[in-house]
Design a protein around this ligand. Structure first.
Ligand SMILES: Nc1nc2c(ncn2[C@@H]2O[C@H](COP(=O)(O)OP(=O)(O)O)[C@@H](O)[C@H]2O)c(=O)[nH]1
Ligand SMILES: [Mg+2]
Ligand SMILES: [Zn+2]
Length: 316
């Protein structure tokens, strides 16, 4: 039976690319239930199949088929749905997770980026952070934008500044994404779909959204994830915007291990189980005070920890 790549899916119809012949088939799941383990840590995953999944499928005729099973995933990018009881996998098997944020309209949100970074690191996915809309930069916000970019760079994340209007950074991004499978993720209105268009004008008809004047945030225009084949080589998944990115982790105590900023200090705290909140002789707090750890990153840690602890309580 052929192996295929899930390009996109709506309701229970999936579009599958035959990896050998490069032909596309419209598929349903055979017998309606997929033979795979979807329960993640006791929570239901709302999507059994996501873009980027590899499946084994049967061809019924020239354009139709049915999916028999899902192959093991190399990696997966997921978040908790509102309420915390369900997990939503957004994309699987990517080489790069491209976190797209805009520096203006809507304004940059490092706390959002940090949540995505946590999830990517937790799941072992390499990240690129895109700062889009540089053409709109307001001098008042320049400092915070350049500062955050530098912080992420120092932590070892690839960062790139882009404008889909002036074309700044687009060629550079192309070089990085060439021949890879990548996924664009971020809030609504930051320019994910516009970026796909800039990277490959063949997709000029992708819908892009307007920014709501009232809230200075994007409207949901992209309704489902979809993979596009790039003419320069490689594939890109466009995903719907997410308003809140809730993370999940089994033990709140483990969150600290995904803050690279703490790596150099955390082993030296007085208490081996130090959470770096208010413990005496904490080397992370020391480093924070000496500005060796950036304060918005530390604030992110506290905020994320709080939500994780709350979720834990609400589950009992
Ligand atoms: N000024 C400016 N506007 C942009 C840029 N990229 C996207 N936009 C605008 O931002 C809005 C949202 O873009 P869209 O691609 O739909 O965002 P998505 O929700 O992340 O897919 C649209 O009005 C775009 O024209 C950019 O680099 N500069
Ligand atoms: Mg979009
Ligand atoms: Zn500590």
């Amino acid at each position: 039976m052929p192996e295929g790549l899930i390009l996109w899916g709506v309701r229970s119809i999936y579009y599958v690319l035959d990896k050998q012949t490069n032909k596309e088939y419209k598929c349903v799941i055979k017998g309606k239930v997929l033979d795979t383990n979807f329960n993640i840590k006791g929570r239901k995953d709302v999507n059994p199949l996501v873009v980027g999944d590899t499946v084994i499928f049967e061809i019924s005729d020239d354009t139709n088929g049915s999916i028999v099973s899902r192959c093991d995933r190399k990696n997966e990018f997921k978040r908790l749905k509102a309420g915390g009881r369900e997990v939503q996998t957004i994309v699987a098997n990517v080489d790069y997770l491209v976190i797209v944020d805009s520096i203006e309209n809507p304004p940059l949100r490092p706390f959002f980026i940090d949540r995505c970074l946590f999830a990517a690191d937790y799941m072992g996915i390499e990240v690129i952070i895109v700062f889009n809309k540089t053409d709109l930069l307001n001098p008042q916000n320049e400092e915070i934008y350049l500062y955050s970019k530098e912080v992420y760079k120092k932590l070892g994340y690839k960062t790139i500044s882009i404008s889909t209007i002036t074309g700044e950074g687009v060629e550079e991004l192309k070089t990085i994404l060439k021949d890879k499978i990548s996924s664009f993720n971020g809030r609504s209105g930051v320019g994910k779909s516009s970026l796909i268009k800039s990277l490959d004008p063949a997709y000029n008809d992708i819908r892009i959204g307007e920014i709501s004047k009232k809230y200075d945030r994007g409207t949901h225009t992209t309704t489902h994830s979809k993979i596009y084949s790039m003419s320069f080589g490689g594939m890109l998944a466009d995903t719907p915007g997410i308003r809140e990115f809730s993370i999940f982790i089994d033990k709140p105590e483990d969150l600290q291990f995904y803050f690279r900023d703490f790596d150099k200090y955390r082993g030296k705290c007085r208490f081996p189980n130090c959470q770096h909140i208010d413990e005496p002789d904490c080397k992370v707090l020391d480093a924070l005070e000496k500005k060796k750890i950036d304060c918005f990153r530390y604030e992110s840690y506290l905020r994320m920890r709080e939500t994780v602890v709350k979720l834990k309580d609400s589950r009992i």
